[in-house]
Design a protein around this ligand. Sequence first.
Ligand code: AP5
Length: 212
Amino acid sequence: MKIILLGPPGVGKGTQAQKICRDYNAVQISTGDMLRNEIKGGTELGKKADEIIKAGKLVSDDIILGMIENKLFVKDKPVNYILDGFPRTIPQALGLDEMYAKYGEKLDLVLLLEAPENLIIDRLAARRSCKVCNQVYHLVNMPPKVPGLCDKCGGELFQREDDKPETIKNRLKVYTEQTEPLASYYREKGLLRTVDSTDSPEDVHARIKKIL
Ligand code: AP5
């Protein structure tokens, strides 16, 4: 199973990726989480990425493609995986196609999650993430059992820097300009399925399961 989850920031890609991985024995490959780990580790890449993410812009295609090639085809080589937050530009999609050709593999499916902008802004503003295991919560829709602490590992929950209102606006603009064209790209290849993501996480997951 090799699947891309496409959709605007905050639509629920990470939430659904975790549910699919749980039910289908797949691994979640999130370029956002990978970059945030670099920032946490204080690496050179992390220092560069920090400023870019805080501004709601995209990290360069070369860096992202290098990270993905290493993860998918050189280092970990997972068999079943969900790409969450990658690709995000046409050059990234072309780069991924080249990698599949080079390593003799292929993509199975692209799921485009859709929800109206007001819902997305609301979801992002109340998101909290675990500092340790990256588990995602929502203060109203999916609150942790103990306020401020992760149900899974007990780690401290925090609000992402890029979930501030000004940055959210920028991220949505960048999505429209640079990532939305990927829907046509994958539709033309016959790989795209859209998923109404306005309902509860469980209902959205049930829709995805029907497709899978
Ligand atoms: P990244 O971490 O990938 O962020 P994103 O794509 O903007 O997506 P989010 O993680 O914000 O949202 P999501 O769709 O996963 O929603 P979630 O499940 O958390 O990227 C961050 C930054 O890194 C980028 O801006 C860029 O700078 C850089 N970057 C990353 N990848 C890159 C790449 N390939 N190229 C270049 N730069 C890159 O849900 C959101 C909230 O809603 C949560 O609180 C959740 O609990 C709640 N929720 C989810 N589903 C539902 C539901 N159905 N009903 C109610 N609430 C829900």
